[in-house]
Ligand binder design. Structure first.
Ligand SMILES: Cc1cc2nc3c(=O)[nH]c(=O)nc-3n(C[C@H](O)[C@H](O)[C@H](O)COP(=O)(O)OP(=O)(O)OC[C@H]3O[C@@H](n4cnc5c(N)ncnc54)[C@H](O)[C@@H]3O)c2cc1C
Length: 253
């Protein structure tokens, strides 16, 4: 199982960001990764996601020299930007990555769970807090619309459950995408193709990431729509390859 450790990247000598600030920076290393997210004060918070135990894990680095050697070999471009790296690594705790799935979210009209209490998700979609705020919106709506508290809790809990479960799956899947796929040519090609389709058909084609992060489309609905789009992208890709192969064949002949 994986854990995470936060490290910091201070601003440059002029107080500015050391990396592009309007980006999520990822150092994908197949089975693990480090990311850096900008803060308002010019710093970046770097997070290393790595197994707790095993030959290549948090547990495997015991001394300052081992930490230095690991980062020099694994993230050589980040090391000069993180002057307190070794000290922070030795001092900062390793946090657990937890997924919580439960049902139902309510008990009659006495109690209802919202947020991480009923659907904690791993942080790879950046949606945990968003989902918790969304719970507030939906619970508030149900309390306004339904005739009793019990009915409101039930409506909220039953409707939210499917979407929270979908988010848990999406967040787990995005870990694989971020730590492994982002480095592959096939992935970059698919993303480029998706961008073209979004420009050509902005009303009917929306990438999954956009639906999840920048819209109120419920998570399970976004996942269903994305699965349909993926099939379409695959079909168009196959047709394009066949047309290309046919043209090459005709040309060569
Ligand atoms: C590394 C990491 C990165 C993340 N990044 C993002 C992100 O980019 N975007 C995003 O949307 N979400 C992100 N999240 C998820 C987000 O932090 C959580 O989903 C969000 O904080 C959930 O809010 P909550 O109020 O449900 O629970 P919490 O924030 O956990 O609040 C629960 C509170 O209850 C208190 N408490 C617990 N037990 C008791 C008790 N017995 N009595 C009184 N108080 C108690 C706790 O101290 C805590 O303050 C991230 C999470 C992690 C771990």
């Amino acid at each position: 199982t994986y854990g995470y450790k936060e490290l910091s990247m201070p601003p440059d000598a002029n107080g500015g960001f050391k990396l592009e600030k309007n980006a999520l920076h990822i150092w994908p290393r197949r089975s693990f990764m480090m990311i850096a997210l900008p803060n308002a004060d010019g710093t970046f918070t770097c997070t290393l996601f790595w197994p707790f135990t095993g030959p290549n894990s948090f547990d495997s680095l015991k001394t300052e020299a081992e930490v230095k050697q690991f980062f020099d070999e694994t993230f050589p471009d980040a090391v000069p930007l993180m002057p307190d790296l070794v000290k922070e690594f030795m001092e900062n705790p390793v946090g657990p990555l937890v997924t919580v799935r439960c049902s139902p979210y309510y008990s009659g009209d006495r109690a209802v769970l919202i947020g991480d209490a009923c659907h904690a998700v791993v942080p790879f979609y950046g949606q945990g807090m968003n989902a918790a705020f969304e719970d507030c919106t939906y619970l508030n709506q149900a309390l306004q619309e339904k005739g009793s508290i019990a009915e409101a809790f039930k409506t909220f809990g039953d409707e939210r459950h499917e979407h929270a479960n979908a988010l848990a799956d999406l967040a787990l899947h995005n870990f694989v995408e971020m730590r492994d796929n982002v480095g592959s040519q096939g992935f970059l090609l698919k993303k480029g193709f998706e961008r073209i389709l979004t420009r050509l058909f902005p009303r009917s084609f929306t990438p999954l990431y956009t639906m999840v992060s920048f819209s109120r489309i419920p998570y399970a609905d976004a996942r269903r729509k994305a699965a349909k789009q993926d099939r379409l992208v695959l079909q168009i890709g196959v047709i394009l390859v066949m047309i290309f192969a046919l043209l090459v064949f005709l040309f060569v002949r």
